[in-house]
Write a protein that binds this ligand. Structure first.
Ligand code: ATP
Ligand code: MG
Length: 412
């Protein structure tokens, strides 16, 4: 039996290419995020992170939330939902305003004005702003200011990172959540949420790249001096590795997936040359024995290719040489044996696997890279609820996304 809806409850909903995952939680008396329910269901309606079938997506959402509600012991109504896909774009922008009040002192009014000015980049009609993230402020000639409130000056400048998505992608996401019987409390770019779950403040300050390697996407975010300076979604992921195994070993996709998880390794040097594994064949033929190194020879080039694609983006960001805290990998595909070694070979910098941290409750159930996104959405939701107390987006009667000016969220 599920109890009634509680208004202190926050729900993170990660609709991934391979699985949909709902995490329910609240902020406990120690001000920690306490996870009380988790549910997952296979995703059937997505391709490379984007919804291609609303009905199938809606039924995955309903299943995942239902399972999480049962575990938590109560029902939920609205969710913080993640968005992804290579159509999402991140770009840097800046705004400048004069500090015109009598005392020439910066207050929230000036900060709001400068953020609005920074949003004045040309955004095509088919795109919508998802996030405006602050990098730094400058007051007159003084640069590198995190919070200019109370400072005196005549000119205030803001550097921001703006993330936009196609309106249709957002609408399809809202439709799928709606159809499953829930409401979108907010829509969050996936890696921003994953970062909340797995990165430390120190890493963001030092400079770090976060890559969430999922089934059909790699979601990348580069942090420098505490702020986001680059973001990108690539259409590649663990599904490609599985497909390679299926073709290379002539085995069905389902068994290729199992073989990958059980015996897969991303680096040949890590595998004992004498070790053998058993692989099921297609068409009812008897299973075959093969050397584990043969499997690794299929996986290694694909993983190297994925890492090289990430590396290309780091180069494009112009910040590759400034990442003192290296690279943090998360997402299900980062659980592949040898993934860190494969990444370190390509990046030549320290690499670690990011798992959800700083949470209470049933944390053992979610302490894996596969849950980083969903837990991150819960943490993000908790942070936003603390400040706003209510939904950022409200849907109009027609069910469309209403355009509300975005206030700078990480400045809050
Ligand atoms: N132990 C493991 N070893 C290797 N790969 C794994 C392991 N566990 C999960 N994976 C892979 O992780 C991928 C799924 O990861 P994840 O759940 O993060 O993706 P998703 O969120 O559904 O997709 P996306 O983020 O791309 O939309 C699958 O390709 C799966 O094979
Ligand atoms: Mg994912």
């Amino acid at each position: 039996m599920k109890g009634e809806i509680r208004d202190d409850i926050i729900v993170g909903l990660d609709i991934g290419t391979t699985k949909t995952c709902a995490v329910i939680g609240s902020i406990n008396e120690n001000n920690q995020i306490e996870v009380t329910g988790v549910g997952t269901a296979p995703s059937k309606g997505l391709k490379n992170g984007v919804i291609v079938n609303i009905d199938n997506t809606a039924s995955s959402i309903a299943k995942a939330i239902d399972e999480a509600e049962l575990m938590a012991g109560h029902e939920v109504s609205s969710v913080f939902v993640g968005i992804s896909g290579q159509g999402i774009k991140g770009e840097n922008s800046r705004g400048v305003v004069a500090i015109s009040n009598r005392s020439r002192t910066i207050t929230s009014v000036e900060i709001k004005r400068v953020i609005e000015a920074a949003q004045a980049i040309v955004i095509p009609v088919d795109r919508e702003i998802l996030h405006v993230l602050s990098k730094e402020f400058s007051v007159d000639d003084q640069t590198g200011i995190k919070d200019p409130t109370g400072m005196s000056g005549v000119r205030l400048e803001a550097e921001v990172h703006i993330i936009t998505a196609q309106v249709t992608t957002i609408q399809n996401l809202i439709k799928a959540v709606d159809k499953s019987g829930f409401q979108c409390q907010d829509i969050v770019f996936n890696p921003l949420a994953s970062a909340d779950a797995v990165l430390s403040r120190d890493e963001r300050d030092l400079g770090v790249a976060l890559a969430d390697i999922g089934g059909g996407t790699v979601e990348l975010m580069v942090y420098l001096e505490g702020g986001v300076s680059y973001s990108k979604v690539l259409s590649v992921g663990g599904i490609h590795v599985t497909n390679d195994i299926s073709i290379g070993l002539r085995t069905p996709i389902e068994s290729a997936e199992l073989i990958k998880k059980k015996f897969g390794c991303a680096v040949l040097d890590l595998v004992d040359a004498s070790e053998t594994i058993e692989v099921p064949s297609v068409g009812g033929r008897a299973p075959r024995k093969l050397f584990k190194q043969e499997l690794t020879q299929i996986i290694e080039p694909r993983m190297t290719e994925i890492m090289e694609m990430i590396d290309q983006e780091l180069l494009k960001s112009g910040k590759r040489d400034m990442l003192a805290a290296g690279v943090v990998l998360t997402g299900g595909a980062s659980m592949l044996d040898g993934c860190v070694e494969s990444a370190e070979k390509v990046f030549s910098m320290p690499v670690r696997i990011g798992v959800p941290r700083d949470i209470a409750g049933i944390k053992d159930k979610v302490a894996t890279p596969q849950y980083a996104n969903a837990v991150g959405l819960l943490i993000y939701g908790a942070r936003m609820s603390r400040f706003r107390g209510k939904a950022r987006f409200e849907r109009s009667g027609a069910g469309v996304f209403s355009k509300i000016k975005k206030w700078l969220e990480d400045y809050l």
